[in-house]
Design a protein around this ligand. Structure first.
Ligand SMILES: [Zn+2]
Length: 289
């Protein structure tokens, strides 16, 4: 009787342990898909605001991960996640030299290499970010074979990209786990395609007010307007490229307020909006061989 009780106890203990074991790798695709659409639960704290993580858009997440990102081995960053020395926008590039070239079949092939350090779930998240762009445009991300110009996707420190095609190997960093949202990946891919942030548009003052007094003293440069070609597209509060309402806030007050209606939600983290896809199609002349 006594030994039966011990045996039952051991069995019960094992069962409990099995239930509390991490499920990593055992649920594969399903778990990764769930993770794509929610905040990564890696315990990242938000010291600037007390807003719920569910309110965070892609750029809010990027700025949290990049908080200490200023310089990285000779590189510098502007607007939170755009790597330079390539201080240019594909949209205003002379002769469109920093757009990715279009093939004779009408598609724009963007070769990439993905670091072997990424785990399966990371790869699925990143590839979902690619698919969300390719599903609505003529862009095609393809594994690099011997192309000279390509994206070298690595889990370096932070989430960032160069602007447009720089020529040769160009690093695009998606740190894991901080940058592992498909919307964050799509945001960085749109930089690599040549897009700046939505509120950097030349016409943004018609659509948002920048609250300069609420911006951290040394961060005002992140709110500069760019001489963008707006591709005859309406301003898009829902763009995956839009800063959040509290970006670079000094004390938790809003730094961007939509106008005339201040309550319009700005940005999101799911992926490119319909207008984002439209703008890619216009910039790359998709549908025109
Ligand atoms: Zn960005």
């Amino acid at each position: 009787m006594h030994s039966t009780m011990i045996l039952l106890g051991v069995l019960f203990g094992l069962l409990c342990q099995a239930y509390t074991l991490p499920v990593k790798n055992s649920t594969g695709l399903h778990e990764a898909k769930v993770r794509l659409r929610r905040t990564y639960s890696g315990g990242i704290s938000n010291e600037f605001t007390d807003h719920d993580h569910d309110d965070m858009n892609a750029m809010d997440q990027i700025l949290e991960v990049n908080r200490r990102l200023r310089f990285l081995r000779g590189m510098s960053f502007r607007d939170g996640d755009i790597a330079s020395s390539y201080f240019r926008s594909a949209i205003t590039c002379p002769g469109n030299a920093c757009l990715w070239p279009k093939a004779v079949d009408g598609f724009v092939y963007v070769p990439f290499m993905l670091s072997p350090i990424y785990e399966d779930m990371d790869r699925i998240t990143i590839e979902t970010g690619m698919q969300d762009i390719t599903a609505g445009t003529c862009i095609r991300f393809v594994p690099r074979t011997q192309e000279a110009s390509f994206l070298d996707i690595q889990p370096r420190y932070g989430c960032w990209s160069f602007l447009g095609q720089t020529g040769g190997s160009q690093t695009l960093s998606l740190q894991t786990p901080g940058c592992m949202w498909s919307g964050v990946a799509a945001h960085e891919f749109m930089h690599a395609l040549g897009f700046v942030h939505e509120q950097s548009r030349s016409d943004r003052d018609h659509y948002v007010s920048i609250v300069w007094k609420n911006i951290m003293a040394d961060q005002a440069h992140n709110f500069r307007k760019q001489a963008t070609n707006n591709l005859n597209s309406p301003y898009d509060y829902n763009s995956v490229m839009h800063y959040g309402r509290y970006a670079f806030s000094e004390d938790g007050g809003p730094t961007i307020i939509p106008r005339p209606d201040p309550y319009v939600p700005i940005g999101q983290r799911d992926g490119p909006s319909n207008l984002d896809l439209h703008k890619i199609n216009v910039l790359y002349n998709c549908g025109v061989n």
